[in-house]
Design a binder for this molecule. Structure first.
Ligand code: UDP
Length: 455
């Protein structure tokens, strides 16, 4: 590791696993290059710092004494995600400003602030005020960002808001997307979604650079497109999680990998729909029967509370799991990186969150794509039609017969070379991190860029 004593980077992640994980991985990358890292984290979803001993953690608190907490568990558990993001931005704007000011006033030179793109332009205003440069981390892909950046155009042209009668129409300005792939979500406040997206894009435009958790060979055209729109330095240095041999601490509970050890190579369907998604009980039961009827071994992550109106598995028919026996396993959380790297896993049934997408690509595991909201729709379209490493199983068609059919065809290699292409794409991902690979070169540029700020 190179030594850059006295060079500190302040990071401000969005407090959700899909955003926090890549930020902490990026912290590890900077740390390996000799920087020290301070993580400013919201008191909301505050992580366990002992899992990340190399970094200094500071809590940013939002709660005013004597007032009710607008971000309490009871307030937020069933909150519309867009409303929650707005709340987070409102509640933490001022505490964030104070925290950064306190950090920058300390002894060590602060090179820059790295903030999650979703925090938007406010972080730029604060950075300017305090006299520190700001770089943005975009935790999603470049292809979906292009679609986000095109929202004003898509609204002008009448693609947005989406009309049910146009779902299958191509969006000619953003091939290969169809109207149904546009990165929107069900929300009670559609205008708020546009505001959050616009703030993200404008915040990236006014930054001193954007770091992408992607690699050039995967998203070259989209990166070029974003670059011409944003006109700031670009650093596609991903996939972040591959920099470290052991990026996440191993789970104490080795239950899932022990079970995988007993399965045949490439025989298991791993099903997981990310850290945020909630489904209806009816969908849950269709998934359960679909998995069972496919007669493939499965490892299925069902987060407690992720099936609406239930605690965990109580809506499964009596004896369902006993009947399946050792052929299937349901867990509350898995160490996904370990699971995807396990030789027994033959396919990943995913919601196509960007981290899950990259993690699957990096292990050469074909995907079954059931996207739920925002960028996941774009990711699914690219997985299926551009990289051709997955099959679509649309949420609206998620019914047990269809599930069984798609699962079987992917697992029985009727997937038309899916596995071969997945392994080829894995090789390209491996190469980008080699000494001559694009991500390694961009990382060198990023380090020089950040060091140039205080000269
Ligand atoms: N994840 C995990 N175990 C699980 C489910 C998810 O480790 O049981 C991790 C996964 O590896 C990924 C992140 O949680 O890094 C989810 O991020 P993604 O962008 O895929 O989806 P999101 O949760 O943001 O919708």
């Amino acid at each position: 590791m190179e030594e850059r004593k006295g060079r500190r980077i302040i990071m401000f992640p969005l407090p959700f696993p899909g955003h926090f994980n890549p930020m902490i991985e990026l912290a590890g990358i900077f740390h390996h290059r000799g920087f020290s890292v301070t993580i400013l984290h919201t008191s909301y979803n505050f992580p366990d710092p002992s899992r990340h001993p190399h970094f200094t953690f500071r809590t940013i608190s939002h709660n005013k004494e004597g007032e009710e907490d607008p971000l309490s568990q009871s307030e937020t558990s069933s909150m519309d995600l867009i409303v929650l993001v707005r709340r987070l931005k409102q509640c933490y704007a001022e505490p964030f400003r104070k925290s950064v000011a306190a950090e920058v006033g300390g002894g060590e030179t602060v090179c820059c602030l790295v903030s999650d793109a979703i925090w938007g332009k406010n972080t730029e205003v604060v950075a300017e005020e305090i006299g520190v440069r700001r770089v943005v981390l975009r935790t999603g892909g470049a292809s979906s960002f292009c679609a986000f950046a095109a929202f004003p155009l898509l609204r002008d042209k009448g693609y947005l808001p989406i009309q049910d009668s146009r779902l299958d129409e191509p969006v000619t300005e953003l091939p290969p997307l169809k109207v149904k792939d546009l990165p929107v979500m069900e929300t009670n406040e559609p205008e708020e979604l546009y505001r959050v997206v616009n703030d993200m894009v404008e915040g990236a435009k006014s930054s001193s650079g954007v770091i992408w958790n992607t690699f050039e060979d995967l998203e070259r055209l989209s990166l070029m497109n974003c670059s011409s729109k944003l006109q700031v330095p670009f650093f596609p240095i991903g996939p972040f999680h591959k920099y470290s041999e052991d990026p996440t601490p191993k789970t104490e509970n080795k239950e899932d990998t022990d079970w995988l050890d007993k399965q045949d190579p490439q025989s298991v369907v791993y099903a997981s729909f990310g850290s945020l998604e909630a489904i209806e009980e009816k969908e849950f039961l269709e998934i359960a029967w679909g998995l069972r009827n496919s007669e493939r071994p499965f490892l299925w992550v069902v987060r407690p509370g992720s099936v609406r109106g239930t605690e965990w598995l109580e809506s499964l028919p009596l004896g369902f799991m006993e009947n399946i026996g050792d052929k299937g396993k349901i867990v509350k959380w898995a160490n996904q990186l370990e699971v995807l790297a396990h030789p027994a896993v033959g396919a990943f049934w995913t919601h196509c969150g960007w981290n899950s997408t990259l993690e699957s690509i990096c292990e050469g595991v074909p995907m079954i794509c059931t996207s739920c909201f925002t960028d996941q729709h774009v990711n699914a379209r690219y997985i299926v039609d551009v990289w051709r490493v997955g099959m679509l199983l649309e949420r609206s068609k998620m019914e047990k017969k269809e599930i069984e059919k798609v699962l079987r065809s992917v697992m029985m290699e009727k997937g038309d070379g899916l596995r071969e292409r997945s392994l080829k794409l894995k090789e390209r991902a491996d190469f980008c991190l080699s000494k001559d690979g694009s991500s390694s070169k961009y990382l060198d540029k990023l380090v020089s860029h950040v060091l140039s700020f205080d000269s």
